[in-house]
Ligand binder design. Structure first.
Ligand code: ATP
Length: 138
């Protein structure tokens, strides 16, 4: 089986959507193998978002991600990387399909693409790298 890193971003934690998001992950049949609520520091976020460094949205994204606690979760299951991204929906909540986390719960506050509730690893390589960053002991 496969593992992925899920982040319940600060907007979702602030809005009290943590339980609803984890409910969907578990209802799909994925198993939670680690979870920690923490406020990420700059070094962790710089490593996590290294691929976006230099892009115009990078600094605001890092500011947003350290604006409050994030629930970091490792979820496990058959094809969980692809499966969680399907649960999450497309990056922009306005266009995300109903039935997805972003489609059902995401809002456009003018920062919708940034404040899109969740992150999920996009490949086995990203998952291994990101799990290593957020859960060095795993
Ligand atoms: P995630 O990796 O968080 O699941 P994603 O893979 O759909 O989302 P990426 O393209 O990897 O999106 O971008 C990472 C994050 O950066 C997005 O989830 C979003 O929070 C933010 N982001 C991406 N594009 C933009 C943009 N154009 N403006 C503002 N923020 C953005």
């Amino acid at each position: 089986t496969e593992r992925t890193l899920v982040l319940v971003k600060p907007d979702a934690v602030e809005r009290g959507l943590t339980g609803e998001i984890l409910r969907r992950v578990e209802a799909k049949g994925y198993r939670l193998v680690a979870a920690e609520l923490r406020t990420a520091d700059d070094a962790l976020l710089a490593a996590h978002y290294a691929e976006h460094e230099g892009k115009p949205f990078y600094a605001p994204l890092v500011d947003f991600m350290r604006s409050g606690p994030v629930l970091a979760v490792v979820a496990e299951g058959q094809r969980v990387i692809e499966g969680f991204r399907a649960l999450a929906g497309t990056t922009d909540p306005t266009g995300a399909a109903p039935g997805t986390i972003r489609g059902d719960l995401g809002r456009d506050w003018g920062l919708a693409v940034q404040q899109n509730l969740v992150h999920g690893s996009d490949s086995p390589e990203s998952a291994a790298r990101e799990i290593g960053l957020w859960f060095p002991g795993l």
